[in-house]
Design a binder for this molecule. Structure first.
Ligand SMILES: [Zn+2]
Length: 263
């Protein structure tokens, strides 16, 4: 899928988690619902950091371009080192290491650890990165037409404001993990979810996605998971734009409304 569909599916997924959390007696205060949906929308772009023309690789100028090169090389090296004789040869790292459950968990755990140990600036940094990505993904056209610097400013100011809102008692810095010193531990959850939703979105497309690595499927270690061939679509096709994206909006709306207790 393309960036906007990935981001919308990420936001919808977090709003769905909000609905489930309300049903299981762990209701999210509205700032957690909102910030989590935005983080998840941003995190749903992150696995494509292995592709130089992806939104995330262009979102932070030379920093993300450099990181993209490193991630692509690392992914390719891991692929070559771990592929079985049944896995095909490839020429680059796109849709390998960063498109696995293990990567999703490591990135999310890393963010949680940083948020808990790094204090306010770590929380602000995590918010900033994901809010910039969320703007790029959700407001794709508007972000394309404005300058990168404006998008960064928007990300930085909204990170500052939202961190201030979350910090107020009862607004959810300690949502889900309520022990002392566990404030913002939950920030990793929308990050894991966003990456997984991205992988599922890619799995629906023609080439599939090796989500399960390093768990082998048959003789392949990088088995491209996906539905039967006839049910797959091309990235950016009408199915994605006219069926999936409106569906994500409706599902997200329903999830959000029920998370806030409207029904
Ligand atoms: Zn992808």
């Amino acid at each position: 899928m393309m960036g906007p569909a990935h981001s919308l599916s990420g936001a919808a997924a977090w709003l769905g988690v909000g609905a489930a959390a309300a049903a299981f007696d762990k209701p999210m205060p509205w700032p957690v619902l909102l910030v989590g949906a935005l983080i998840c929308a941003g995190a749903a772009l992150a696995p494509d950091l292995d592709h130089k023309s992806a939104t995330i690789s262009r979102a932070f100028g030379p920093v993300s371009r450099g990181l993209c090169e490193v991630v692509d090389k690392l992914s390719y090296a891991v692929y070559k080192a771990t592929r079985s004789s049944a896995d095909p040869r490839r020429s680059g790292g796109h849709r390998t290491l960063t498109h696995t459950w293990l990567w999703a968990v490591l990135i999310g755990a890393g963010a949680s650890a940083a948020a808990v140990t790094g204090g306010r600036w770590a929380v602000l940094a995590i918010l900033f990165v994901h809010l910039v990505l969320a703007v790029e993904g959700l407001l794709w056209r508007a972000a394309r037409m404005s300058s990168d610097v404006l998008v960064w400013l928007l990300g930085a100011t909204s990170a500052w404001i939202l961190a201030g809102v979350l910090d107020k008692p009862g607004n959810g810095a300690d949502w889900f993990f309520t022990g002392p010193g566990q404030e913002y531990l939950w920030l990793g959850l929308p990050i894991v979810l966003g990456a997984l939703v991205h992988d599922i979105g890619d799995a629906l497309t023609v080439s599939g996605c090796p989500v399960l690595w390093p768990i082998p499927v048959g003789r392949k270690r990088w088995y491209p998971i996906g539905p039967p061939k006839g049910m797959r679509f091309r990235a950016g096709s009408w199915v994605e734009l006219k069926v999936l994206m409106p569906a994500f909006m409706v599902l997200g709306g329903v999830g959000g409304a029920s998370a806030l207790g409207f029904f």
